[in-house]
Ligand binder design. Structure first.
Ligand SMILES: NC(=O)C1=CN([C@@H]2O[C@H](COP(=O)(O)OP(=O)(O)OC[C@H]3O[C@@H](n4cnc5c(N)ncnc54)[C@H](O)[C@@H]3O)[C@@H](O)[C@H]2O)C=CC1
Ligand SMILES: O=C(O)[C@@H]1CCC=N1
Length: 268
């Protein structure tokens, strides 16, 4: 059987994380992973790992079966223009670009090509990612499973409807940023209270991990879990009351809405 070749156009943060998963799980041999990046530094990095470096997006398409579009959404148009006429029925085009739809990719490539849309996140870099994937006709089950397995090798992978690819961004794609901000605010404030910053960060991060496991594994609702922390007349209720008075929920919802709106603005 012919061996699969997997190509990455763009070898930045996300591509690096995804490639790491392919290498770790030995999904294909390293030389079957191809990268085209305009940055020599990124090419040298991947070359040192025994990956195949391509000189252009077109060369990459000629030598690969799966083509990951891992450049910024603002660059996608030029890349797809270059690829026009060089992608055929056998290729699977995997886009991780925020806001970019399968309809746009198919229009730019000029035919009903195979497209998988994915919204990953940066914790993929350390094998704890969470990715949402959408399977779109005419991608076969076998082709989709391979792509899903790549993302599952570096974290959780969930299948969603393609119509929800923008709505999912604040759930897993962008949310690491607000979680890091939360960590920063807690550590900064702890420091002003004379608590060692590193100690605060360790305690808070382990609280995040523990709380995430409580949500995933206990079968209790969010409200039940909140109630378990809020002793009557106790400290947590004061914290929660303050957040409610400041409309923390409304602020976060608005932030998530703006995040999604931006995906639609970037998108085509
Ligand atoms: N960073 C994140 O948390 C997430 C990013 N994404 C999506 O992933 C995509 C990539 O993002 P990052 O990896 O964060 O960006 P990045 O900036 O780290 O990587 C982009 C890479 O593309 C290269 N590049 C630029 N123009 C190119 C071209 N014409 N041909 C080939 N390579 C080119 C750059 O040199 C760079 O190495 C974006 O579309 C973004 O929407 C999706 C989910 C999460
Ligand atoms: O900020 C962005 O546009 C990308 C998509 C999700 C996370 N980073």
């Amino acid at each position: 059987m012919k061996q699969l070749h997997i190509g990455f156009i763009g070898g930045g943060n996300m591509a690096t994380a995804i490639i790491q998963g392919i290498v770790l799980k030995k999904i294909v041999p390293n030389e079957n992973i191809h990268v085209f990046d305009v940055s020599k530094e990124r090419c040298d990095y991947f070359k040192a790992q025994g990956l195949t470096i391509e000189g252009s997006a077109v060369e990459l398409a000629e030598n690969c079966d799966d083509i990951f579009l891992a450049v910024k959404p603002q660059i996608i148009e030029g890349v797809l223009q270059e690829l026009h006429g060089h992608v055929d029925e056998h290729h699977v085009v995997v886009s991780i670009a925020a806001g970019i739809s399968d309809t746009y990719i198919k229009k730019m490539l000029g035919f009903d090509c195979k497209v998988v849309l994915v919204m990953p996140n940066t914790p993929l870099l350390i094998g704890y990612g969470a990715s949402a994937l959408a399977k779109i006709d005419p991608v076969t089950d076998e082709e989709f499973t391979l792509i899903k397995n790549i993302f599952a090798s570096v974290g959780a992978a969930a299948v969603i409807d393609k119509e929800k690819m923008n709505e999912i961004i604040p759930v897993n794609g962008s949310s690491p940023a607000f979680i890091y901000l939360l960590g920063k605010i807690v550590s900064d404030y702890a420091e002003t209270l004379g608590i060692d910053r590193e100690t605060a960060n360790t305690l808070f991060c382990n609280t995040l991990i523990g709380s995430a496991h409580m949500m995933l594994e206990t079968g209790k609702s969010h409200d039940e879990l909140i109630r378990m922390v809020c002793s009557p007349g106790g400290t947590t209720l004061k914290l929660m009351d303050t957040l409610e008075k400041k409309d923390w929920k409304g602020t976060l919802e608005e932030a998530m809405r703006h995040c999604i709106d931006r995906a639609y603005e970037l998108g085509r």
